[in-house]
Design a binder for this molecule. Sequence first.
Ligand SMILES: Cc1ncc(COP(=O)(O)O)c(C=O)c1O
Length: 441
Amino acid sequence: MGNNFNWLNRSCSAVWHPCTQMKHHNTGVFPLVPVARGKGAWLYDHEGRRYLDAISSWWVNLFGHSNSRINAALKDQLDQLEHVMLAGFTHSPIVELSERLLELTKGVLGHCFYASDGSSAVEIALKMSFHYWHNSGRSEKNRFICLVGGYHGETLGTLGIGDVDLYKNVYSPLLRQATTMPSPDTRTAYPGETAVDVAARAAAVLELYLTEYHEITAAFIVEPLVQGAGGMVMYDPHYLRLARELCDRYDVHLICDEVMVGFGRTGTFFAYEQADIHPDFLCLSKGLTGGYLPLSVVMTKGMVYDAFYDDAIARGFLHSHSYTGNPLSCRAALATLDIFIEDDVIKRNQQFARKFCTLLEPLAKHPLTRNFRQCGMIWAVDINTEDIDFRMRFYREALRKEVLLRPLGATIYFMPPYILSDQEAGLLAERAVEALDASLL
Ligand SMILES: Cc1ncc(COP(=O)(O)O)c(C=O)c1O
């Protein structure tokens, strides 16, 4: 097995880690954690140290590491079919998964188009939206609009519709920039304004834009209810209702990027349900396989599918990825959906969320925090600090206290797997405050 030191050194030599300034690993600014195994909410290194995975390994893990039910499904699938190309072939896991996803959208969104990660799902939705208008004789509708502070991935297409400077600025010359609309961020309320008022104010700007530019606009893309990588920005479902109305009125597609917020994260299975709407395109990934294997999917309304259905090959959607619809990933997804039903997860999460809010009160009331907020199984709080090193200091202090928390700028957030015990929740809340106190200079 080797020890931590051995794996750290070899990893720094052989691996280019994602979203990382590699020098920070060698200088200790950003400690690299060698993980030997995981069980439940815990990750273990080679020397027996443990870390509570309070951010679900970048928001993917729903039911804990090494989950016995997902493991069993994968072992069974391994002996049947590991992979087959999806162009020209099909298999039972992908058919069953597609049928069940359709059912979860109440039969409104279907014709599941698969890829491997969130960014490629978003790319597919953008391409499909444009191609829909092209096939409908309206190729001039080729621009996209998005929200200030939005995040949709790291590929060139998704950076162009994203708005997080750190990831995007250097690549600006390569990007086809979308137009940004004000975020309905509840924190921006003027005195006396409610979250609904903020939503209406932001939607009024969207309306002004669409009035003038709807003829060149293909789609409006949003992260429903919570803008994740932009700082766990939360907003009222009213904004989605208004956006849906405006997109309908101006013949513009509404793309809901639920890569982060899908699968119960915001308290409902899909976040858009809270606005009682359906998008034209729905992008899913992360929690889809319970955090086990790469898989993403784009679901669309029938009218989108119909616009591609033709004798001419070029009117079809000719996009593909080699691992599209991998059977193992689909079985992990099916096992994940089974757990939602067997364990009545959405209801259990509601009870957990109430308890965890109470446990987080000391953090919410801490003299150096502000804007404590919660949406379903996501909690966030902003820290009163201008110090750009705070983020890394907090990360290191939390790790010392056996907790994996990775602030976004000066925002600490919690996005735990859905299987935390009361004891683990208590430990997490307590250690977060301790880590905060230890990291403030
Ligand atoms: C809302 C949203 N969309 C898209 C993505 C990109 O997903 P991936 O990292 O799997 O490419 C992310 C990743 O964090 C995300 O949060």
